[in-house]
Design a binder for this molecule. Structure first.
Ligand code: CA
Length: 280
């Protein structure tokens, strides 16, 4: 059942993307948004040759080094060998599937992973499992969206690396922890505690919590969260926000984040029920 709908999506993607990839000028005129683009390497894991080729060609047009592999075990080997800056990872693969590939790659060396899924509900399921991918994209997708998301992951990675450097240097410019109610967010170490207990979050969950905590008791639209956390704006991505909020609630408690239907989300620290009751 899964394989069947996946194949349908694959054909749709293939049909759509070949026209897009061959569009005149598709490979030119896009300034590499990520600093250090010349040395940026991307590992593409996709077993459908036509999709792999189209994706690799488009990413290479950004000036990135791209390597493509077609099965799960090769992907784990390639990630260890290449130490890529980003991994674009299909879920349905021969050998071991994308979930297991993601776990093994992340266990070896943390790297931003953009997971390609066949359906939106598959994305929800994967986020719920806490697989550790940083972003998800449902097939079929546009190449423009793919590039935007990879660039966003690179920017986020650089920000995180900078914060880690500042923390390691013990410099006074490292950002102090944020405390909201009984939740303490250590920005320098990228660690979270609630009620004194450490809660392990994926990098994306961490960034989302931090964005919500920056304006507690304030409703943030899904579009704004998408822009702040994922660093790109596209209404089709708001579902990603919903899925990650679900994952945060599962780890931190259902009471922490309030849904404002049709608008967005607000962080409501414990004991902040009365309006204006919280300390500044
Ligand atoms: Ca596949």
């Amino acid at each position: 059942m899964v394989a069947q709908s996946y194949e349908t999506s694959t054909r749709a993607l293939y049909a759509g993307e070949m026209t897009f990839a061959s569009r005149p000028g598709a490979a030119a005129g896009t300034p590499a948004g990520a600093p250090g683009a010349a040395s940026t390497s991307v590992l593409v894991v996709e077993d459908e040759p036509a999709i792999a080729t189209a994706v690799a060609r488009r990413l290479a047009a950004e000036g990135w080094q791209v390597e493509t592999v077609g099965d799960g075990l090769q992907a784990v080997d390639a990630a260890a060998r290449l130490a890529p800056d980003v991994v674009v990872l299909d879920v349905m693969l021969p050998g071991i599937d994308g979930l297991e590939v993601c776990r093994r790659i992340q266990a070896d060396r943390p790297v931003p992973v953009l997971m390609l899924t066949a359906r939106d509900d598959e994305t929800d399921m994967l986020i719920g499992l806490g697989v550790g991918a940083d972003d998800y994209m449902t097939k079929p997708f546009s190449m423009r969206e793919l590039v935007a998301r990879v660039k966003a992951l690179l920017r986020r990675q650089q920000r995180a690396a900078l914060a880690a450097e500042l923390a390691a240097a013990g410099s006074g410019s490292a950002e102090p922890p944020v405390a909201v109610g009984d939740v303490v967010i250590d920005r320098a170490q990228r660690r979270v505690h609630r009620g004194g207990e450490e809660v392990h979050l994926t990098p994306t969950e961490f960034d989302l919590l931090l964005a919500l905590a920056a304006s507690p008791r304030t409703v943030l639209t899904r579009e704004r969260l998408l822009a702040e956390v994922w660093d790109w704006v596209d209404a089709s991505g708001t579902r990603t926000v919903d899925s990650h909020v679900k994952a945060l609630r599962r780890k931190l408690g259902a009471d922490l984040i309030r849904t404002v239907h049709g608008v967005g989300y607000a962080l409501e620290p414990a004991g902040s029920g009365a309006a204006g009751g919280g300390p500044a």
